[in-house]
Design a protein around this ligand. Structure first.
Ligand code: MG
Length: 155
């Protein structure tokens, strides 16, 4: 999807990369309403969920969605998330996260959204974001209704 943001950036978005807990899930459970928005977004975008999977629940929670799940394996999750984003093309990606280990992924993505939800947000990650949202539904709707994204970011 092409999105022109006046005096900011022209985007050619293909990928959405989301953190799991604190971003689209709480205590391992997918948040209400996220699934419906993912069903819309997976028609136009490749959606990836990248997570340490603290609760061991991500596969079950996202069963049936056209989403690629990446469970982190290394001892340096911040770098592993960034490296994954670069492997799929950071220039064509929007990244969404809340944790410290999302900081480099948000820095590298062409557009990045930090979330301040129930688990809070790492300040380092917040500083690397283009936009801060108060919940994931608002964040995903910025992509579904890109005029909202344009209104927030244009200069
Ligand atoms: Mg998180």
């Amino acid at each position: 999807m092409f999105i022109e943001i006046p005096n900011y950036k022209t985007l050619d978005l293909k990928n959405i990369v989301c953190d799991y807990n604190g971003t689209i899930a709480k205590d391992g459970k997918l948040l209400n309403g996220v699934g419906e928005l993912f069903k819309k977004l997976t028609k136009d975008f490749k959606v990836f969920v990248i997570t340490a999977d603290t609760f061991g629940s991500v596969q079950k929670e996202l069963q049936g969605f056209d989403i690629e799940i990446i469970v982190l394996k290394s001892t340096h999750h911040t770098v592993e998330k960034k490296d994954f984003l670069n492997s799929i093309g950071a220039q064509n990606s929007i990244a969404i996260g809340n944790g410290n280990n999302d900081s480099l992924m948000l820095q590298e993505a062409n557009i990045s959204i930090a979330l301040i939800g129930d688990e809070g947000c790492s300040v380092k990650t917040l500083k690397n974001a283009d936009i801060v949202c108060k919940n994931i539904l608002d964040a995903l709707e910025l992509i579904i209704y890109p005029k909202r994204l344009i209104a927030t970011l244009r200069e």
